[in-house]
Unconditional design. Structure first.
Ligand code: ATP
Ligand code: MG
Length: 283
């Protein structure tokens, strides 16, 4: 069994279980709510706090984990980053009160910075030759300057609205983060094979994102022009319609391209255009 650590409750939990579900791996949460199993894949899910996931994976209690890159960088454990997942995107930034006339990193010399990420921050400050006093707190970092606990903060930012509502301004981006899969560096052959199988499923799901299956009817004398607009995966399927002089074209198109070519398809006489979602793509 591959033991997978996922966040128990929070921003990553639903998406992590959702990702497994998209891979046709449904998780049944047993009576012991901390462990879930699946009938679809030899896999067991451990529900944990995200802070603990890198440690559990490094210790081999879990074989792999789905966690934010920010926690991986902060905990700095012996784990392998095996896949970036593209959700829970955010950055780790330094922010100062809006009324500060900020001119550069030197401002942070001898200042107090509140953060839940002291390791990442200290590494960054040392590299830049800045000496600050770090105030480590585990949550609600953004209120630290207004209650007089710190002069500035270092925290996760995504839209920036939390900063604005606390009258703070983002001044330096230190690191980017997204959800990732980490693995223990000492997986057995069998577990590695299970992980490879899971990564293959994730790839087929990710490949299909944004791609649509498109069907349309085209007059035969315009087939060449229409096919040029729709190269598809290898080449489109062309089937004769019962009505003489017409064909049906089936192919795959990315949604970004779809809107730029739909007008041209119609100019060439295409009719009855259907766009259908694709669940998985194996290229
Ligand atoms: P836990 O109780 O498990 O310790 P937490 O409160 O530390 O949870 P959450 O707020 O649920 O963590 O966030 C989990 C992860 O989601 C973060 O570590 C980060 O990678 C990502 N994340 C946090 N805030 C945002 C955001 N605003 N936008 C995108 N991703 C975010
Ligand atoms: Mg946490």
């Amino acid at each position: 069994m591959l033991k997978v650590a996922v966040q128990k409750e929070g921003r990553l939990s639903e998406k992590s279980i959702g990702l497994l579900a998209e891979c046709d791996i449904k998780i049944i949460q047993g009576k012991r709510k901390l462990i879930g199993a699946s009938e679809d894949y030899p896999l067991e899910v451990l529900f944990l706090r995200d802070d603990d996931i890198p440690q559990y994976v490094a210790d081999g209690v879990a074989d792999i984990g789905i966690v934010g890159e920010n926690e991986v960088l902060e905990k700095d454990k012996n784990v392998k980053l095996v896949k970036r997942l593209g959700f829970a995107k955010c950055r780790l930034s330094l922010a100062v009160p809006q009324d500060i006339d900020y001119k550069g990193l030197d401002w942070f010399n001898n200042k107090r910075i509140a953060t839940s990420y002291p390791h990442i921050l200290q590494k960054f400050l040392s590299e830049k030759g800045i000496t600050s006093k770090l105030e480590e707190i585990s949550g609600s970092v953004e209120i630290a300057p207004s209650i007089g606990l710190a002069d500035s903060i270092f925290d996760i930012v995504s839209s920036g609205s939390t900063l604005v509502s606390n009258r703070l301004r983002e001044v330096e981006v230190v690191a980017q983060s997204e959800a990732v899969i980490i693995a223990s560096p000492t997986l057995t052959k069998e577990k590695q094979a299970l992980l490879d199988g899971l990564l293959f499923r994730i790839k087929t799901v990710q490949q299909s994102i944004g791609n649509k299956y498109i069907l349309l009817n085209a007059p035969n004398d315009k087939l060449a022009e229409i096919i040029k607009l729709l190269p598809g995966m290898k080449s489109p399927t062309v089937l004769p319609l019962h009505l003489k002089g017409w064909s049906s074209i089936h192919t795959v198109v990315h949604e970004k391209e779809f809107w730029s070519i739909v007008g041209k398809l119609k100019e060439h006489g295409a009719e009855g255009i259907l766009v259908i979602p694709i669940e998985k793509m194996i290229i």
